[in-house]
Design a protein around this ligand. Structure first.
Ligand SMILES: [Zn+2]
Length: 659
């Protein structure tokens, strides 16, 4: 009397990828519904089970489907959009502005379908995703028949699917409620990263994940800069900071963990957090080397992920596994580090554990879902097959097999690919639709790149506010008479400050773009100490509107915003044709002169060494008023005991014309 199964898979090199790396050759596997009933030697399975359908695997490797532990699948549509850039320029300068403009449920659906084709074809049966409109990702994934942890992004910046985080948190809750019992999809919440979230968001998302007992997906310690900033802002590295916000109360899946120390690794282990190692992405963005062997040694569940296809640029897990093994060896100078079987277990069992769905998938064991693949290892590029060492089959898969050797893929007991033919997705239309998106995005970026202002607005660096600035500038041989004149009772001093200013001016090939100034202001207190530092970015109008007889100038279109990124970021993002640097000591007074407010700046230009300058400035909203104030500015110059006939240094005035 034999037990009934729906399907028997026979004649396979069966790699269970269980804890003991049990394998059978020839091996067989019995499936009933969506479950694995039994795995074992073919003779044993044949003795105990019968089924209406028997598939002869023809000596191929039968193993668990691969688990892509971290990705952003809809970004297939942004593949190749911007490459060879630093992470901040790439993310904040290109990805996020394009996403704000284009990402919609339709975009996400198409991107997911394209990704599913690539994933199924390369033997992936399960992935952990993080994106916007995640419900549409979940929908498209479920239709393709794949298993996934689909995580709805929440962050402090306006997102394509939510202008405020409260909104994305609310929609995440609704989405989780709707999908939490789905057979293929595990809904999840994704506070994007500690540096893109507020403490409040980290706490709220952790609470949500605990409430529904679902995984929480995030990016942790991807770059050294992130850790440095965390130390500066919070006085601690990223993991303890996240812990302080109760993040690890939830079942965390932490992508990257490149820059974590030993203490942080133990914290992650203590809280049973899963880690997604992304070797290609970390290489491409030069983020560093995650301490993977150390993490495995302490028993962390470390999976392997491709990261988004815009930072990789593919979803090929075979490449990732191989790279993970090679990097561990190269980085430790030890060729025995991360052997093939361990690398493969990261892409299967440990990956599923990292996603907190190890009870469902990740190995071929009775009671788990039938998520499996067949890999043809009888290709010339993967021959011959040595049998002396049972571990050699893992080396075959990791070091020599290619994703195109995957011939058959099953998820949840259903075939998604049979003999290289997809059963749930049509590939023909997808390419055309992706091309249409590429055309629109190209047009958008070409327009944006035409103007410094639109590039500035794209990164949230400015809001448009046109005003006229009136400015008079005179070179001084001796500042003393001006200092005395300022104390004259006819001039009412409203405010006084002392700064040290470091200005970098970006000039552009097209002079009509004006100048972009990155200014670091050191506020100097009475005791000559720096008591505050301010960074500002100002777009200066291109040309003088009108030139008065002396050096009284009018300029317009001035945009000012706090500089939230580094000078290096702006340099790489705006790509100026030329840069000028000026360092000066500035005494500034806000005064009332004949009923009009002026700023008087007394500057000592130290670099380049140009001596003293006096600047009188005011601002107005209309051209007419600007002309009136320009005359007053000349009067103020004369009042301060100076002739407006004095000429100024040409090199220097080039810059201040628009300042
Ligand atoms: Zn990522």
């Amino acid at each position: 009397m034999t037990l009934e199964a729906d399907l028997l898979l026979t004649n396979a090199i069966l790699l269970t990828m269980d804890k003991d790396f049990t394998q059978y050759e020839p091996g067989a596997l019995a499936i009933k519904g969506d479950l694995i009933l039994a795995v074992g030697a073919e003779t044993e399975i044949n003795k105990s089970y019968h089924a209406e359908e028997i598939v002869d695997c023809g000596g191929k490797v039968l193993m668990p489907g691969l688990v892509n532990a971290h990705t952003h699948v809809p970004m297939t549509l942004l593949r190749g959009l911007a490459d060879d850039l630093r992470l901040d320029v790439w993310l904040l300068g290109y990805m996020m502005p394009v996403e704000r403009e284009f990402v919609s449920p339709d975009f996400v659906r198409l991107g997911t379908q394209i990704a599913c084709v690539e994933l199924i074809r390369s033997g992936v049966t399960c992935f952990a995703d993080m994106y916007y409109f995640e419900e549409s990702v979940a929908q498209a994934t479920a239709e393709a028949g794949m298993r996934a942890v689909c995580s709805q992004t929440v962050m402090k910046f306006p997102a394509p699917d939510a202008p405020f985080f409260e909104e994305s948190l609310g929609s995440a809750r609704d989405y989780i409620q709707r999908w939490k019992d789905h057979p293929l999809i595990v809904p999840s919440v994704a506070p994007h990263a500690p540096y893109t979230c507020t403490a409040e968001i980290l706490r709220a998302t952790a609470e949500l994940a605990v409430e529904f007992d679902i995984p929480l997906h995030t990016h942790i310690a991807e770059t050294a800069l992130e850790v440095e900033n965390s130390r500066q802002e919070h006085g601690m590295p990223v993991v303890p900071y996240a812990k302080k916000q109760n993040l690890f109360n939830a079942k965390v899946l932490a992508a990257h963990c490149v820059h974590v120390d030993e203490g942080e690794i133990f914290t992650l282990r203590h809280h049973n957090a899963g880690v997604a190692h992304n070797p290609s992405s970390n290489r491409k963005l030069a983020s560093g080397f995650a301490p993977v062997p150390k993490m495995l040694e302490v028993g962390l569940n470390v999976g392997i992920g491709t990261d988004g296809p815009a930072s990789n640029n593919d979803l090929d897990m075979f490449e990732e596994i191989r790279l993970a093994a090679f990097i561990a060896k190269a980085n430790s100078n030890d060729p025995t580090a991360l052997p093939a079987h361990d690398a493969l277990s990261m892409a299967t069992r440990l990956g599923a554990n990292a996603l907190h769905i190890g009870h469902l998938t990740g190995s071929l064991e009775p009671g788990k879902r039938a998520d499996l693949i067949l890999v043809d290892v009888k290709q010339l590029h993967n021959s011959p097959h040595f049998r002396r060492d049972p571990k050699s089959v893992y080396a075959q898969i990791v070091y020599a097999a290619k994703s195109t050797d995957v011939s058959d893929v099953m998820v949840n007991g259903k075939w998604l690919m049979r003999s290289h033919q997809l059963t749930t997705l049509q590939e023909t239309d997808l390419y055309q639709h992706a091309q249409e998106y590429a055309r629109h995005i190209d047009t958008f970026l070409i327009q944006r790149e035409q103007s410094v202002l639109s590039k500035l607005i794209a990164i949230g660096g400015a809001s448009e506010a046109e005003s006229f600035e009136v400015q008079a500038k005179v070179r001084l041989s001796d500042p003393q008479p001006v200092l005395e004149a300022i104390s004259h009772p006819e001039l009412e001093i409203l405010h006084h400050r002392h700064y040290h200013e470091y200005d970098t001016y970006f000039a552009f090939a097209d002079p009509s773009q004006g100048y972009l100034r990155y200014r670091e202001d050191e506020f100097i207190d009475d005791k000559e100490n720096v008591d505050k530092v301010r960074y500002r970015l100002t777009l200066l109008g291109p040309a003088r509107e009108q030139h008065y007889p002396s050096d009284v100038l009018l300029s317009r279109s001035r945009f000012i915003a706090p500089a939230t990124h580094s000078l290096r970021f702006y340099r790489e993002y705006f790509k100026p044709s030329e840069e000028k640097f000026i360092e000066k000591d500035r005494l500034r007074w806000r005064v009332l002169f004949r009923g009009t407010e002026f700023y008087i700046n007394l500057d000592r230009v130290d670099n380049p060494d140009l001596g003293y300058f006096l600047e009188v400035k005011t601002r107005t909203w209309s051209q007419r008023d600007a002309e009136h104030k320009a005359e007053l500015a000349e009067e103020l110059i004369v009042f301060l005991g100076l002739s407006t006939e004095k000429t100024t240094d040409k090199d220097y005035i080039e810059i201040v014309i628009s300042a």
